[in-house]
Design a protein around this ligand. Structure first.
Ligand SMILES: [Zn+2]
Length: 149
């Protein structure tokens, strides 16, 4: 650290090089108006370099936020479109109760069944009467993606 923080000592870059200092101070303002030390290696203003570092960090942070939001929106769009496609196919009357697997569910219209029974897991495919797999139920508990066979 010897000699690096001697703010009051005004030297040229060439002198700083000879002295082996990593920074030097001329007392003159940089093009952005900072009266600050400069790096001996590049001649760059220390204050300018710090500002540019902060700006780039902020840009990266905002970019990451935008990328995360876009990825999330894409997932939501896909889920919604799959859900809508599934539900559109569920106009056909159900033959089996999606909760119990018994025949003649009430109501037998999928949308009405959901309104009537609320949030109950669809354990059976109400159109085929087959048990749904745990993985299937796990990813689509309320059977919105189940299609009539
Ligand atoms: Zn500057």
């Amino acid at each position: 650290m010897m000699g690096e923080m001697m703010l009051d000592v005004k030297v040229t870059r060439a002198e700083a090089e000879v002295l082996g200092w990593t920074r030097f101070y001329t007392g003159e303002a940089c093009k952005n108006g900072h009266t600050a030390e400069q790096y001996t290696s590049s001649g760059a203003c220390v204050a300018c370099a710090a500002e540019s570092g902060r700006r780039s960090t902020e840009r990266m942070r905002k970019k990451k936020i935008r990328q995360r939001a876009a990825a999330k929106a894409a997932l939501t769009r896909r889920a919604n479109s799959e859900k809508l496609r599934g539900i559109a196919h569920q106009r056909e009357l159900m033959l089996f109760d999606p909760t119990t697997g018994n025949q003649k569910p009430y109501p037998s219209h999928a949308e009405q069944y959901r309104e009537h029974h609320g949030k109950v897991a669809w354990l059976w495919n109400p159109w085929t009467g087959k048990r749904r797999t745990p993985a299937d139920i796990g990813t689509d508990t309320f059977g919105e993606l189940v299609r009539p066979a």
